[in-house]
Design a protein around this ligand. Structure first.
Ligand code: GCB
Length: 580
């Protein structure tokens, strides 16, 4: 079902003054519907489906469902880890939440979803309002005029069926956690409201941004950073720039010294408050340069899985623990793979002064020539960029991971690159390329995507999927473009607590030895501007079944799924610390 009736209002929720949003998080009722009977009758689409959330009105009335007597599911949360029977469940599931509102006096009302995996249809008081496709981006549904004072029934039909035409598609090396896995909120805004507002620093130290309003006038908006004694009047719904010479004197946001300023955007009756930071980011030859300084990206990759329990991460507490581990590792950079993470993650990166790579779920097996697939991926790109283009920590938009060269592939990804650059001309664009290493010492990167992107991500698994460990140190990577190369993945699997000889697979010693050899190689590769090894924490994936070792987890984590550090964590930390 294509997306209809939703809007990607990045600033609708998180940057609004308190009091305008009401959380709909908490316990929702839920009915799994593997045979899709809730929306269909024998004659076709049901007029009286489960979305009507009905109760029998007289003793003889036959209604064959009842939300009140059905399952409880916590939101935000995946359904898979809450109810054992739903562990591998991917089909339809109906969520229902009742809420009470007071009189809707003026203005407009939306329901905002942090993300719903994968596809959903939204009903209010029995009426179908909208549908949304794509499991990781935020979106909102307008319900203005539909909620007088009283109790209302919000029903969301969700499925996370893997389909070839979806993004991601049929096979991912991560768990397909289903459901309302991020927060749901009711948001009230004035009739004309700020639908998106951002300000960020361009490469030359100028400022660029927009204040977009929805609902007509006003045609002008005001920005103010009180701490800098600075304000600016801008036209709404138009991109503005402030030349470098007119930018007020300020302290830069920099890795390790994250200076943030409060900015207030005013347009008509609406106001949005955000935290922004000013920094430049650019490439110079094979270097990545932040605020004029070459920065080597000492990174680590992360999935959006909570620190313990192998469930979908959500909220500030999960983000804080994951970033504690990354910071203790000495990292100044995180790769938030392989899809858009919770907003709390980038907020944490902003606060701590850690650079971030954020990513679209364009992963193995995408239908490159399917127009609907491209249209949906472009929507996912909008959701990614609109939400985070105000975040100083975000320096890299990654539009794909491990795709196989071909004209249709390159055209598809080319469209994504174009869209991302048009929404944000200030940041760098990258992809994690699938580049099979050459047999010899040198691997020359030839994927034509290298031409289109600013930074070349290379996933390589020397010492694990290929190459003898003794050969790793001598390997060299080059490209025709002389652009920065980031080793966006490298690693080896180890089960925490499994010790032995470093030649014995799955031991912590084996993993640590692969890291030692990789570090030697990376340090000697001149075009390498950084790395984000795979991965901070063991993560759940149905692809990894080896009993006693994997048991449903990818074991390439430096930390186990219960938070215990492995030897390789210390190997990488020692190196990062020595780099200063
Ligand atoms: C990769 C993928 C990543 C996998 C990893 C692995 O290249 O990008 O999603 O989890 O390899 O562990 O094999």
């Amino acid at each position: 079902m294509p997306t209809t009736g939703t809007t990607s209002l990045s600033h609708l929720l998180s940057r609004r003054a308190a009091g305008e949003t009401t959380s709909l998080d908490g316990t929702w009722k839920a009915i799994p519907d593997p045979y899709d009977v809730g929306g269909f009758s024998i004659l076709g689409p049901a007029r009286d489906g489960w979305f009507r959330d009905r109760k029998p009105q007289h003793p003889a009335e036959r209604i064959e469902y009842d939300f009140d007597g059905s399952l409880d599911l916590e939101v935000p949360g995946d359904w898979n880890t809450q109810i054992p029977e739903l562990h591998y469940y991917e089909a339809s599931l109906w969520y229902r939440r009742r809420f009470t509102t007071t009189e809707e006096k003026s203005g407009r009302t939306f329901v905002h979803f942090g993300a719903v995996n994968h596809s959903c249809t939204i009903y209010l008081d029995g009426d179908m309002l909208a549908s949304h496709e794509g499991g990781y981006g935020p979106f909102a549904v307008e319900i203005t005029g539909r909620i007088g004072a009283g109790e209302h029934s919000l029903v969301v039909l969700v499925d996370c069926i893997r389909k070839p035409e979806r993004v991601p598609a049929m096979r991912t090396d991560w768990f397909n956690f289903g459901g309302l896995h991020r927060s749901v909120d009711l948001v009230r805004v004035p009739s004309t409201f700020i639908s998106s507002a951002w300000i960020t620093m361009g490469v030359d130290g100028s400022l660029v941004g927009e204040v977009n309003v929805d609902g007509g006038a006003p045609t002008t908006a005001r920005l103010e950073i009180a701490e800098l004694g600075w304000s600016l009047e801008v036209k709404t719904n138009e991109r503005f720039t402030v030349s470098a010479t007119d930018v007020p004197e300020h302290e830069r946001w920099h890795p390790g010294t994250p200076r943030l300023y409060e900015v207030v955007f005013d347009a008509g009756d609406d106001r949005v408050v955000d935290l922004v930071g000013f920094r430049t980011v650019e490439t110079r030859g094979s270097d990545i340069v932040v605020n004029g300084e070459v920065v080597f990206l000492k990174g680590i990759s992360m999935h959006a899985e909570g620190p313990t329990g192998g469930k979908r991460a959500s909220g500030a507490e999960d983000a804080a623990t994951l970033f504690d581990w990354a910071e203790e590792l000495g990292a100044n950079f995180v790769r938030l793979a392989h899809y858009q993470h919770d907003e709390a993650m980038v907020a944490e990166a902003d606060k701590r002064g850690v650079l971030a790579w954020v990513e679209l779920p364009v992963y193995w097996g995408i239908e490159w020539s399917n127009e609907a697939t491209l249209a949906n991926t472009l929507e996912q790109a909008d959701e990614l960029v609109l939400r985070d283009r105000c975040r100083p920590s975000v320096v890299l938009w990654s539009v794909a991971n491990e795709t196989f060269p071909g004209d249709e592939r390159t055209a598809f990804i080319g469209s994504l690159i174009e869209r991302v650059r048009s929404l944000d001309p200030t940041r760098l664009v990258t992809c994690a390329l699938f580049t099979l290493p050459g047999q010899g010492i040198e691997t020359h990167i030839e994927d034509p995507l290298g031409e289109l992107i600013d930074v070349i991500g290379v996933n390589q698994y020397y010492g694990w999927y290929y190459s003898e460990r003794a050969e790793i140190a001598s390997k060299r990577w080059t490209s025709d473009w002389g652009k920065p190369i980031i080793f966006s993945e490298l690693g080896a699997g180890a089960k925490h607590g499994n010790h032995g000889d470093d030649g014995e697979i799955w031991t912590e010693e084996f993993q640590a030895a692969v890291y030692e050899a990789q570090i030697e190689m990376i340090a000697a590769n001149d075009d390498c501007a950084g790395l984000s090894p795979w991965i901070l924490k063991d993560f759940r994936t149905p692809m990894r079944v080896l009993p006693g070792i994997q048991d449903g987890y990818n074991r390439k984590g430096l930390v186990s799924e219960e938070g215990e550090k492995k030897l390789a964590y210390d190997v990488l930390r020692s190196w990062y610390v020595s780099l200063g």
